[in-house]
Ligand binder design. Sequence first.
Ligand SMILES: NC(=O)c1ccc[n+]([C@@H]2O[C@H](COP(=O)([O-])OP(=O)(O)OC[C@H]3O[C@@H](n4cnc5c(N)ncnc54)[C@H](OP(=O)(O)O)[C@@H]3O)[C@@H](O)[C@H]2O)c1
Length: 301
Amino acid sequence: MKSPFVVCGATGNIGSRIAEILLAAGEPVRIIGRERVRLGRLASKGAESWPGDIGDTAFLEKAFSGARGAFILIPPRYDASDFREYQDQLGASLVAALSMAKVPRIVALSSIGAHLDEGTGPILGLHDLETRLGTLKDAEVVCLRPAYFMENHLWSIPLIRNQGINGSPIRGDVPFPMIATEDIAVATARLFVEGVFHGHHEVRYLLGPRDLTMSEATRIIGEAIGKPGLKYVRFSEDDARKTLAGAGMSGSVLEAMLEMQRGFNAGIVRPTRERSMENTTPTTLESFAKSVYAHAYRVAA
Ligand SMILES: NC(=O)c1ccc[n+]([C@@H]2O[C@H](COP(=O)([O-])OP(=O)(O)OC[C@H]3O[C@@H](n4cnc5c(N)ncnc54)[C@H](OP(=O)(O)O)[C@@H]3O)[C@@H](O)[C@H]2O)c1
């Protein structure tokens, strides 16, 4: 009997699809999330449920024991009172458990910008996670550095519905790569199934099909939801603070997000390698907007 792959964040965007793809390929999978009931859908497809908290190292060590590989992430937590500390605790717990359980192959969800040690907000926690993973001497580690998620655009649905515009503090004219989370899941599952790891510690970028500005992205989304000519407006940070605090985001998370957006505006949150066949992924924003975004926009009515 084959030993399992462990998937953290298995009820989330990326983890749920990794688990589904691995199960469909006939691989044994252990799934981690905080609540058994939420893991039920994948359990009914044959996954082994491991409900528990990533911050609980003893739990994680058990969940990781005997695994052939593990997908790890630091999940978002929008109400964290000290976001850096939250990321630090989860990163430390993950790496300690991986080390104790001697997991041989690890795929870690990082981000573009993770090469930097300042000025990137939440990506700093991923920089620290990559550094910690570098201490695992006996494991083969791939740090995936995906682009800005296309799913982030879903946050703008209430704004478009209520005010008829799209906007954020990110400049409308700075191009950067955007990726559908489906493409991250497909790449991760392929890595595990094909076993194409190249040694101790490797960074791989995943960059979507092309770079886009927020203005271009808004035009594409507008066309997909029957609002051609939808405008993108750059908001002040103060306006964004009020909106995000109103949506329940803690001051710590909110300031980190604004710092990251400044990083995009300054062009520092970017890949350190050129776009290539290897790091270009297939799902276009046009296709994402027509399927995922348009559906979410309709059901939010
Ligand atoms: N947004 C971007 O543009 C971007 C770009 C690059 C990288 N990233 C990285 O991608 C991550 C988000 O990935 P995603 O979209 O797949 O996440 P997601 O959809 O928000 O899912 C988070 C998952 O983590 C689980 N979870 C949350 N807290 C947990 C805890 N303490 N213990 C155990 N499980 C926990 C959640 O399950 P339950 O709620 O069921 O427990 C859920 O399955 C970000 O945190 C960031 O590190 C984001």
